[in-house]
Design a protein around this ligand. Structure first.
Ligand SMILES: C[S@@+](CC[C@H](N)C(=O)[O-])C[C@H]1O[C@@H](n2cnc3c(N)ncnc32)[C@H](O)[C@@H]1O
Length: 186
């Protein structure tokens, strides 16, 4: 099995518009992205799992393998994920299919997607699908390398989402900030 880094770099060269990162997330970023998850979270979806850095951290928080579904567009990353985590469900499809792939009642959605590189319409489909499935207090967690929230303002406003800034992980390459998106109380 190739190392995570070798596989990641090969796919970065082949599909730069999909991978959009210099390296897999660090262990510290994976820990920050999964803060608050526990066996009580119930079912979790992960979007854009890559080589599985966030996947490992989600399971390390006590989420059962049978409660985890990951979406990943790249078939080679999917093979790698299936070999590492035989008990999880790996969906080789775009995260935009989440709304009609998972059952409602998700406790959290953890996303490593390059959301800000996507058109606003695609962001909207992904976020709408995720919030259609999330329990009322469930969060959509996303990291970003830039200074602004990683979901377009128009998408946040249309879906009535509030953004909470989480930890900034300076040791990640590049440094990354975690954001938690939840529905605003109506
Ligand atoms: C920045 S990498 C993050 C990988 C991993 N989560 C990490 O943190 O190390 C983005 C990942 O999203 C995947 N991806 C891009 N667009 C996608 C989409 N529409 N649906 C599912 N996965 C997608 C890419 O193939 C890549 O694995």
């Amino acid at each position: 099995m190739p190392s995570d880094l070798a596989l990641f770099l090969r796919q970065l060269i082949r599909r730069p518009q999909q991978v959009v990162a210099l390296s897999p997330s660090s262990a510290d970023l994976a820990r920050a992205m999964t803060e608050g998850l526990s066996p009580e979270t119930g079912r979790v979806a992960e979007l854009g799992a890559g080589t599985g850095k966030l996947t490992r951290a989600i399971l390390d928080r006590g989420v059962a393998e049978s409660d985890l579904t990951v979406f990943e567009l790249n078939p080679e990353f999917c093979d790698h994920l299936r070999r590492q985590f035989p008990g999880i469900k790996v969906v080789n499809a775009g995260a935009e299919t989440i709304g009609h792939t998972c059952a409602p009642g998700l406790g959290a959605v953890i996303s490593g997607l390059p959301l800000l590189s996507m058109p606003s319409t695609l962001q909207m489909t992904i976020l709408q699908g995720a919030f259609h499935l999330l329990r009322p207090k469930g969060a959509f967690v996303q990291f970003t390398y830039g200074p602004r929230p990683p979901v377009d303002e128009k998408v946040r406003q249309t879906l009535g989402l509030s953004a909470r800034r989480g930890e900034i992980v300076w040791g990640n390459l590049p440094p990354a900030r975690v954001y938690h998106f939840t529905r605003m109380a109506s």
